[in-house]
Ligand binder design. Structure first.
Ligand SMILES: [Mg+2]
Ligand SMILES: [Zn+2]
Length: 216
C-alpha cells in the first residue's frame, strides 16, 4: 500500500509558528486578539490570517523574510526523516497555511517546490494581502484559507494510506480524513475529542520509527 504523508510546516517542521513569530516582532498589539479568535475557531482561518497580514506594512518585506529565515530552527530529525521518506518510497507533500516568502526559502534544497503547497503573500499594496491559491473547493465550507482537504482531494490517491503530521487547529479538517495522525500541541486535544487515531510526537525520529512499524 502506498503511504502518502501530508505534513504541516509551522510548528511542525519548524520548532515555532512563523506567523506568530512574525506578528510578535512586527505587528501592533491587535494581533493577539485575532490569533486567539482563530485558535478558538471564532473566526475562520482565512479571515483571521488575512486580517493578521493586513496589520503589516508591505514596505518591510525584506525585513520579514530575513527575520524568519535567520531565526528558523527545524524540528530535530526532519532531514533524516526526508531520507527515510525517499528510502521507503513514501509520497510526501508539505501543506502549509504559511506564506511562500518564508516557507520556500526555508525548505529550499530539502523539499522540491512541486511538493510544497502554501499561501502566497502579495506586497503590492500598502499592507500585505494574502492570495489563497488553495482555497476551499465546493466540498469544504470551513473557509480554511489554505484548504488541506481540498489539496488532499487533488493530490492523494483514494487508495493510499493518508498520514497527517501537524500541530494545530489548521490541521484538524485534514486530520479528520487521515488514516493516522502524528500530532503535537492543540491537535492532540482535537484528535482526542474527535476520536481520531493519532500518536503524539516530539521529533521526526519518533515518526519514522512508528511509521516503519505500522507499514511493514
Ligand atoms: Mg502548524
Ligand atoms: Zn477548506
Amino acid at each position: 500500500m502506498t503511504v502518502h504523508i501530508l505534513c504541516d510546516f509551522d510548528g511542525t517542521i519548524t520548532a515555532e509558528d512563523n506567523i506568530i513569530a512574525l506578528m510578535k516582532a512586527f505587528a501592533p498589539p491587535e494581533w493577539v486578539e485575532l490569533k486567539d479568535a482563530i485558535l478558538a475557531q471564532d473566526i475562520s482561518i482565512r479571515s483571521g490570517v488575512g486580517q493578521l497580514f493586513d496589520l503589516l506594512p508591505s514596505s518591510e518585506r525584506t525585513a520579514y523574510r530575513d527575520y524568519l529565515v535567520e531565526r528558523i530552527a527545524l524540528r530535530p530529525g526532519f532531514t533524516a526523516f526526508l531520507a527515510d521518506v525517499r528510502q521507503n518510497e513514501w509520497h510526501f507533500d508539505v501543506v502549509s497555511g504559511g506564506m511562500d516568502f518564508f516557507v520556500q526559502p526555508i525548505l529550499d534544497g530539502l523539499v522540491g517546490s512541486e511538493h510544497i503547497f502554501c499561501n502566497v503573500a502579495d506586497f503590492s499594496g500598502e499592507t500585505v494581502t494574502v492570495a489563497w491559491p488553495h482555497a476551499c473547493d465546493d466540498q469544504c465550507t470551513n473557509d480554511c484559507g489554505c484548504c488541506k482537504p481540498t489539496i488532499a482531494r487533488r493530490i492523494v490517491d483514494s487508495n493510499d494510506r493518508l498520514i497527517v503530521i501537524g500541530d494545530s487547529v489548521t490541521d484538524f479538517e485534514i486530520a479528520k480524513r487521515a488514516d493516522f495522525v502524528y500530532a503535537r500541541g492543540q491537535l492532540i486535544t482535537l484528535c482526542e475529542a474527535e476520536g481520531i487515531p493519532f500518536a503524539p510526537f516530539e521529533t521526526f525520529h519518533d515518526i519514522t520509527h512508528h511509521l516503519q512499524e505500522v507499514t511493514v
